[in-house]
Design a protein around this ligand. Structure first.
Ligand SMILES: Cc1cc2nc3c(=O)[nH]c(=O)nc-3n(C[C@H](O)[C@H](O)[C@H](O)COP(=O)(O)OP(=O)(O)OC[C@H]3O[C@@H](n4cnc5c(N)ncnc54)[C@H](O)[C@@H]3O)c2cc1C
Length: 596
């Protein structure tokens, strides 16, 4: 149903022409051997696996969903999911960017990230199984004891075992300080964990031999609130020191949630009935340890949405070229046909181009962030590592919220291109809208991301990280300010940069009087910043496209057209968003809750 062609040409453009990833990686001793050929080869193979193996299972997963056997507590995934996972493991995909010390291939994250875009475009629900494992790998890699690492990491790296993150409880989602699950210390150094978790993605399934749950719980003497939360490793089957699976741990799936989308992923209620677990990291510092996983997962959710944006765009474009309805306003375009294809209509083009621009902007931005993470982890110069870390910290909430909001817009516009057929299951497009919606909610809602950005990353930091990114934009503006051909991009980019500076100062001043001002401004503020990032990357991409537009390769003409569309039709949203962000909290907070 539908189509997915991995966007390899655009990925290569971003990697090699926009960001010169190869030269950047040469600075990192660990990745100095990686060249453009290796990158292209991996992307090519990833494209084959995702489009040929996973994409055909996307609709199957949506229709069939997962099934819980209440007798055995086992969950059966949709037809073909398990076999696809075996192929994925045999081909070594789970280990791509993992540490060679634990069996990984040690490739940079920037390549792994591009693979994740394709995995998610092909099948988001399926991709969540290995996606969560990768988060668990990163958390254990950073915070596990040597024994935990030796036992668990090689099996997570190979994909033999998968992982989950168990935070949410019925009464606590955003506010993890309310968490109630308990951990009782045992004489042998383990803990007995008791409690009920809900909404646990990939919480139970039949795809791997063991499932490693990372569970937040409280020790008996723990302080209340977020300062009293610890992180525990709770395997489904208790392994020996050599990894042989032993007794079934009492950590059971009680039910699978019925939900709007991502039906192929088992969203589980998980009951821990005195399950055996081991502490990860320090007591009461579980949230710090879990943050490693949450940050990786936030970038991961951005990639889910980028994948959906791309696949929705491709299908909307294909349909718009085929579907015949009405004649073009400016004269018949297909006289041999009873009507023109709908791609002739300006508003259909607006919808297709909206999805395309959000896909291309998101790809440039997320590839840049993945590369910054590689630099943060591996650059020999401490200053460079710190700068990269600052950019990642500042822009991770933007990746999560801006890309997921845009995917909701893009998939909805793509569905509109299909007219009534888009609303019918057979078209395949309505699944993308349903699947895209969750990405705005989990991993910290987009509101929470905006508060993290404006409150913690900008105002509490006195704008230092934002200024650093602003300097980068400013130098690009200065370098290209006298280039006539670039003025259509440079003028609005410079103007938005100034407005962001003023807006940030204005909100900062208001926040001194009343912290609700931050909450009132944060969501439109994050979107403004997201647009500033996209405008910066589109301007850089337009510069390359202008230089190469007469090269005979139409790719550059398309790129330039998309950049022009973005500046003319999507960026102006910032004018409205800035007004909203400046409107203050008064109209939101004036009425008593009873009067709302
Ligand atoms: C399909 C699915 C998969 C999931 N997978 C996992 C998983 O694998 N592991 C896991 O642990 N959890 C998972 N979750 C849970 C998910 O992360 C939470 O649902 C999410 O964090 C929000 O928590 P909540 O649902 O309790 O909403 P609440 O926290 O009750 O929030 C309700 C609303 O209030 C808003 N709000 C709350 N506090 C504030 C504030 N201070 N300022 C402004 N607005 C605020 C929120 O933004 C939201 O709009 C999953 C959920 C779903 C639906």
């Amino acid at each position: 149903m539908g189509q997915y062609v991995p966007p390899l040409r655009d990925m290569q453009f971003v990697m090699h022409e926009l960001l010169d990833v190869q030269s950047e990686l040469k600075q990192l001793p660990k990745h100095a051997e990686i060249d453009a050929d290796i990158i292209n080869q991996v992307l090519d193979e990833g494209g084959k696996f995702t489009s040929q193996v996973l994409f055909p299972l996307n609709h199957v997963g949506d229709r069939e969903g997962c099934r819980l056997d209440k007798e055995t507590h086992e969950v059966h995934t949709p037809t073909g999911f398990k076999q696809a996972y075996q192929q994925y493991v045999e081909a070594g995909w789970p280990s791509l960017s993992c540490d060679p010390e634990y069996g990984g291939q040690g490739l940079p994250l920037v390549i792994n990230n591009a693979i994740y875009e394709m995995l998610n475009a092909s099948n988001q629900a399926w991709t969540m199984y290995p996606g969560l494992s990768h988060g668990a790998y990163e958390c254990l890699h950073e915070h596990g004891t040597p024994e935990q690492k030796a036992l668990y990491l090689p099996r997570l790296v190979s994909g033999e075992w998968t992982g989950t993150m168990c935070l949410t409880e019925p009464h606590c989602g955003t506010d993890l300080g309310l968490l109630r699950s308990k951990a009782e210390p045992q004489a042998d150094g383990s803990y007995k964990i008791t409690g009920g978790k809900i909404f646990i993605s990939a919480g139970e399934h039949d795809m791997a031999a063991n499932i490693i749950h990372l569970v937040l719980a409280r020790l008996p003497d723990a302080p209340t609130g977020t300062r009293g939360i610890s992180l525990f490793l709770v395997p489904k089957f208790l392994p020996d020191a050599d990894g042989t699976l032993g007794a079934r741990n009492p950590v059971f799936c009680g039910a699978i949630e019925e939900k709007m989308g991502i039906h192929g992923n088992a969203t589980c209620q998980i009951n821990l009935d005195g399950a055996t677990g081991w502490l990860i990291g320090q007591p009461n510092k579980g949230l710090n340890a879990m943050f490693v996983m949450m940050n990786a997962a936030r970038l991961g959710v951005g990639m889910q949405s980028l994948g959906l944006t791309e696949v929705a765009y491709q299908n909307a474009l294909a349909y718009a070229k085929e579907r015949l309805q009405m004649r073009s306003l400016s004269g018949v375009k297909a006289p041999d046909k009873p009507a023109d294809p709908i791609i002739v209509h300006p508003d259909v083009r607006r919808m297709v181009l909206t999805a395309r621009a959000y896909a291309e902007g998101g790809r440039a931005f997320s590839t840049y962030i993945a590369l910054q993470i590689d630099k943060e982890l591996n650059h020999p110069d401490e200053e460079v590592r710190k700068d990269a870390a600052d950019q990642v910290a500042l822009l991770t909430p933007v990746i999560k919220a801006f890309l997921t909001d845009n995917a909701w817009i893009a998939t909805s516009e793509a569905m509109q291109v299909f007219g009534g057929h888009g609303y019918i299951v057979e078209s395949g497009i309505e699944q993308y809208v349903r699947d895209a919606r969750i990405n705005m909610i989990y991993e910290g809602t987009n509101t929470v991301q905006s508060l993290d950005l404006l409150g913690r990353k900008i105002l509490m930091d006195n704008g230092a990280k934002l200024r650093k990114f602003g300097e980068q934009v400013k130098s690009f503006v200065e370098e290209n300010g006298t280039d006539e051909a670039m003025s259509e991009f440079i003028t609005p980019l410079a103007d938005l940069g100034d407005k962001v500076t003023k807006l940030t100062m204005e909100i900062g001043m208001k926040a001194f009087q009343n912290q609700d001002e931050v909450g009132a401004a944060a969501v439109p503020y994050l979107r403004v910043l997201g647009h500033m990032v996209y405008a910066y990357f589109f301007a850089r991409m337009a510069k390359i496209a202008l230089e190469k537009q007469d090269s005979g390769d139409d790719f550059y003409k398309s790129k330039l057209g998309t950049a022009r569309f973005y500046f003319a039709r999507l960026l102006p949203e910032t004018a409205m968003l800035i007004r909203q962000a400046r409107a203050g909290s008064a109209t939101l907070m004036a009425l008593d809750a009873d009067l709302l």
